[in-house]
Design a protein around this ligand. Structure first.
Ligand code: ZN
Length: 128
């Protein structure tokens, strides 16, 4: 018998937003939101907004402070590319060739090599 699957109901009242600066929680309608450039921001299902992170704050002042903090953070192109590669490698069907990886990430082969080198270098630094 179909049509019996119950829709998952989300209690709207329990969904709270969290300030990225002070950690205070508040109802969504009080949230002050914006986007910042962040090369580590790669969402699993939103390739169009790679490199953009949505930030939420409790007030304009905190949003501006969050923005200022992200302006201090260098935007590393290789980090963004590595994120795109990671998303392709961990979702969908397996990638078998460099050409396929280039096609599915939208990157050129030299970019992919730079991203992999950046990723390995960072891992070495974190390990050692
Ligand atoms: Zn706050």
């Amino acid at each position: 018998m179909w049509g019996r699957r119950k829709h998952a109901r989300r209690s709207v009242a329990s969904v709270q937003e969290l300030c990225d600066l002070c950690g205070r929680t508040f109802p969504p309608e009080e949230a002050v939101c914006g986007h910042v450039a962040d090369s580590s921001a790669v969402l699993p299902d939103d390739p169009l907004h790679d490199g953009l992170r949505r930030v939420t704050a409790c007030c304009e002042t905190h949003l501006e402070m969050v923005r200022a903090a992200y302006r201090q953070r260098p935007f590393v192109q290789e980090e963004l590319w590595a994120g795109k590669i990671g998303r392709v490698l961990t979702s969908g069907r397996p990638v078998l060739t460099m050409t396929e990886l280039a096609c599915r990430t939208g990157l050129d082969e030299p970019d992919i090599r730079r991203a992999i080198a950046w990723h390995n270098e960072r891992r070495r630094r974190l390990d050692g």
